[in-house]
Design a protein around this ligand. Sequence first.
Ligand code: S3P
Length: 429
Amino acid sequence: MSSLPQTPRALQRAYEPLRGEVSLPGDKSITHRAFLFSLLDSRPWRVAGWLDSADTRSSLGAFRALGGRVATKGDDLLLTPPDGPPRQAGQVDIDCGNSGTTARLLTGLLSGWLDPEGSTVRLHGDASLSSRPMARVVDPLRALGADINYEAAAGRLPLVIRGADLSGGRHHLPVPSAQVKSALQLAGRFAGGQVVITGADNVRDHTERLLPLLDGGHDQTFLRVPADPSAAAFFLVAAALVPGSSLTMRNISLNPGRTGFLDVLRRAGARVTISEADETGAEPLGTVTVEQAPLRAFSIGADEVPTLIDELPVLALLAARAEGRSAISGAADLRAKECDRIAATADLLECVGVPVERRPDGWIIGGPHTLRGGTEHTPHVVRTLGDHRIAMTAAVAGLLAEGVVRIDDESCVAVSFPDFFLTLESLLG
Ligand code: S3P
């Protein structure tokens, strides 16, 4: 068991305001897409502001395994795509690590892009990813004619993809998932007819915004990746909770499919200001400032969930400190994330003394509650289950708790934000 590195310091400063400005790493969803979509271009992509994390390295590894060449130009990455799909006999092996976005988007892309006479591709991942559902992409892709075979358990990685001629078709998403929609959009580029997808209201539209870059007329595609709102959320929620806080973050993605948590912060009573909004690039971005104010309970329902799906654990923590009864529903798919986030978040809150009513699709959380830790010798220990977003939520809880809170594994933050703890320390210091 390792301790939450900043917790003892943070506790000495419990409720000391978070103030100032912080710069954040690039957006994970957009970085994945840059690495994967550039495979399909005939010209190099230059990517600025990209996220270097374990998850995005899985997509970069896939780009390389499929014949792409990667170079650096200062802080930017220069991605030179291969001359078409791999053609040698045999199989290309790709390790998707912990990354659902890599596995699902690649499954769609490869189903259409691979040459039926060329290489097959095997996708596999770590234990968490191998337990997550793949049928949600494989079934609709097979309906278009994709040739995908599970190597062991049905519906799970590893799987093997062979090139096939795809036809058009219609698919209604039972779960509003940007990953599934993107997989079908990628396959649709190669299909003989139109692929129509419904049921994806409010999900992030990065794929729609970035795929047109493939048809640009320049000899190089330039993409500036905005900072990740899902990373920002942990600090901005902390700023909303600690009296006297005022925190500013620049160049944050303002994609409406990602900013639902800012609407929730506003509804809860925090002061949220957006300035310097810039919509001239492929993705909108701007400066976000959050100032603490008295917080009241809020509700989140199914329609809004896709716009804040990854922020729900830390929003549950917000609910624990808000006045009244907050209801979060329509989020059953949280059980199919890096861990069962409905259970893990409830366990986390109970670990710091907050009672939670668990529902199949969310939580009911009353407030405000004082968050409680233990002593140095008998700390309250949060189990992250290897999930980066649970670890970061626990870190914010550690800032607010009276007593010592530790987490069992802080290394999992490397999945999306390797410098998370350093950034948090810099805000406290
Ligand atoms: C993502 C979509 C979401 C999100 C994940 C990244 C993406 O997953 O939870 O972290 O980049 O498209 P779902 O599409 O499965 O909801």
